[in-house]
Design a protein around this ligand. Structure first.
Ligand code: 0R9
Length: 637
């Protein structure tokens, strides 16, 4: 037996380490759902990215194979192939010893605060197959593992080549990652982000099953990123770009205003996205507010007694990327998913760099400064007007005739415990009528919606206000709109979308989700938005009537039935009797509500585009991944 195959004390320790990963995968990769499984890919890709950051290689390729395995390849130097002091080959150590990568670590900017950097051994532990092929020193060498890190074939030369690089293939353990598949879209989004941040690197993603491919390469880093974010918008100027290093913190910022009302801010620390923001974002926001207010005062745009522009005013229509590089000893991450930067120095440094550079830019570019300030002033006025109008509505004043008519459609709940109250947005007047007649009047309010809701992917707040259906929803919820929206003011703890289980119903759901996403996002973030799931079938047997959720459940049920039975298919909510609708879909005792969650809001605006576009496939995938419900049946067409 060769040395690599003998199970000595050292090998046992290694297998125990890998066993610990399998026992508590969550500790290493966050979770064992789809997100966790993709984390395995990020772990491997991060190694390639580290190599590129260190100055070696410019190409990464990812292949999603038909059998559920995945390959990541880079053209760096290749993992060293020599013998390690333990007597094992270096690749064996790297892919079986926890945290071994770190010992060889030579990148000054490795992110250790997040879930990153735990390395190939964790991926190996959670895979039933892993193969590492290395092109280095004129040779092609390969090592294969099975069953979560056991060496199947030790490192061996399998050929000769002048190329250099590393290829890693692995098959995630299906018992750990149940019902999970790799998603081409998720991988593409992340790789595109990396391509933006790295500049002059090509990243290719290929899905062999569905024959899809994508290739990313950007010459201008985060400037290209901002241009991409604003691709479909009207911009007010060329992107503003500045970089600077202070107190060992490197700041790289690109920003560009558009004529839209939306703010889009993405931040990164050491090339890893900080989805929950943190001190660098705070510094940036304070910095731009300061720069614009100072400029406005110095140039008499804001006069003596005028109130200052507020942060939200100067961020209206702004798209920005904040990328900082922080040395390891200063890194602090917060929050459950470690997506928030804590490092206090990042706030002061980013604020100083932003104020300084932006002030300089504004002085040098008067016309641009004025156009941005004009927009900010408008936002300030609209904000003040909206606040006054809301106060009047709250005090019962200023309720127009129109609003009174609108509010007649709403069947209010009588209870005053707002958190317990529920607002049902019901497709169609007829189902709305059924729901109104048979509901829990104390806690359940009904607002019937007629026809399709406005597609508000690109609508402004003013257009929303002009749209009767959306205006009603805003008015019923009573917590404002857009930047003024305050979920604590909501008249309801749950807002429930109730539509027919057909294509039109699904479309209405998507349109409403888009509306809430754009204009009442905290409602989604707070987990207050739901989808009702009316049953598709009822089965009548000698024992009585039973409701069936979907086709799958129907097939299962049919297998268990003996004797005569009758299947009824509900084509819409209107086909159910009012008591039936209440019992199956509204009664908290029986109903099944699906909570709408946005797992990753960062590029969501871009995704809303996908969602609202003409193509069905990307939309279906987006919904499946980002909204906690599936609409398989309805989106199959
Ligand atoms: C396809 C995924 N790629 C990788 O996993 C990968 C790891 C890796 C790497 C090095 C180069 N390319 C890589 N790709 C490397 C080489 C050298 C020094 N550091 C890193 C060198 O030539 O001296 N390594 C990651 C960890 C290790 N190598 C090490 F620990 F073995 F050094």
């Amino acid at each position: 037996m060769s040395k690599q195959n003998t199970y000595d004390e050292h090998s046992i320790k290694i297998l125990e380490g890998l066993e610990a990963v399998r026992k508590r995968p969550g500790m290493y990769i966050g979770s064992t759902d789809k997100r966790g499984m993709h984390h395995l890919v990020w772990e491997i890709v991060d190694n390639s990215i580290d190599e590129i950051i260190n100055g070696y290689g410019n190409y990464i390729k990812i292949l999603l194979h038909k059998d559920g395995s995945i390959t990541v390849a880079d053209n760096g130097r290749g993992v060293p192939i020599g013998m390690h002091e333990s007597g094992k080959s270096t690749p064996e150590v790297i892919y079986t010893v926890l945290h071994a990568g770190g010992k060889f670590e030579n990148s000054g900017y490795k992110v250790s605060g997040g879930l990153h950097g735990v390395g190939g051994s964790v991926v190996n532990a959670l895979s039933t197959f892993m193969q590492v092929t290395i092109y280095r020193e004129g040779k092609i060498s390969q090592i294969t593992f099975k069953d979560g890190g056991k060496v199947d074939k030790p490192l061996k030369q399998i050929g000769e080549s002048k190329k250099t690089g590393t290829i890693v293939t692995f098959l995630p353990n299906k018992e750990i990652f149940k019902n999970c598949n790799f998603s081409f879209t998720t991988i593409c989004e992340r790789m595109q982000e990396s391509a933006f941040l790295l500049s002059n690197v090509t990243i290719e993603v290929i899905d062999e099953e569905d024959n899809l491919q994508a290739k990313y390469h950007y010459d201008n880093g985060i400037v290209s990123f901002v241009e991409y974010m604003n691709e479909e918008k009207r911009t007010l100027h060329q992107p503003i770009h500045f970089t600077s290093t202070k107190n060992r913190i490197e700041v790289d910022i690109a920003m560009q205003y558009t004529d839209s009302y939306n703010e889009q801010l993405l931040s990164f620390v050491n090339n890893v996205k900080t989805s929950d923001g943190g001190s660098h974002e705070v510094g940036f926001k304070t910095g731009i507010t300061k720069a614009f207010n100072e400029y406005a005062k110095n140039n008499n745009i804001l006069k003596g007694k005028d109130a200052s522009l507020d942060g939200s005013d100067v961020r209206e229509g702004l798209s920005a990327i904040i990328s900082v590089k922080i040395p390891e000893d200063l890194l602090q991450f917060e929050g459950q998913t470690k997506g928030k930067l804590g490092t206090p120095e990042a706030r002061t440094v980013v604020e100083a760099v932003t104020t300084e550079n932006l002030k300089f830019f504004l002085e040098e570019n008067k016309e641009i400064a004025l156009s941005i300030l004009e927009k900010a002033q408008k936002s300030k006025m609209a904000r003040e007007a909206a606040r006054k109008a809301r106060e009047q509505v709250r005090q019962g004043k200023g309720k127009s005739n129109k609003e009174r008519v609108l509010s007649e459609k709403l069947a209010k709940a009588t209870g005053k415990d707002y958190a317990k109250n529920e607002l049902f947005l019901v497709e169609g007047d007829s189902a709305g009528g059924s729901a109104k007649s048979y509901r829990n009047r104390e806690t359940q309010a009904i607002l019937p919606l007629r026809g399709k809701v406005l597609n508000c992917e690109k609508a402004s707040e003013r257009e929303i206000e002009a749209n009767a259906e959306l205006r009603q929803i805003e008015y019923a919820i009573g917590a404002g709109l857009g930047q003024e929206f305050d979920y604590t003011e909501s008249n309801y703890g749950k807002v429930i979308i109730m539509t027919d289980a057909d294509v039109d119903g699904s479309h209405i759901q998507v349109l409403l989700i888009t509306f809430f996403y754009r204009f009442m996002r905290p409602l989604i973030e707070q987990g207050m938005l739901y989808i009702a799931t009316p049953p598709l079938y009822a089965i009548e047997t000698s024992k009585g009537k039973e409701y069936i959720a979907d086709n799958e459940e129907l097939e299962e049920k049919k297998k268990t039935l003996k004797g005569n039975y009758k299947v009824q298919r509900f084509k819409g909510l209107g086909e159910m009797d009012p008591d039936e609708l209440y019992e199956t879909t509204m009664d908290p005792k029986n109903r099944r509500l699906l909570r709408v969650t946005l797992t990753d809001a960062a590029l969501a605006e871009k995704r809303i585009h996908v969602l609202m576009g003409d193509q069905v496939e990307p939309r279906k995938e987006w919904i499946n991944e980002n909204v906690d419900f599936t609409l398989e049946d309805d989106f199959r067409k």
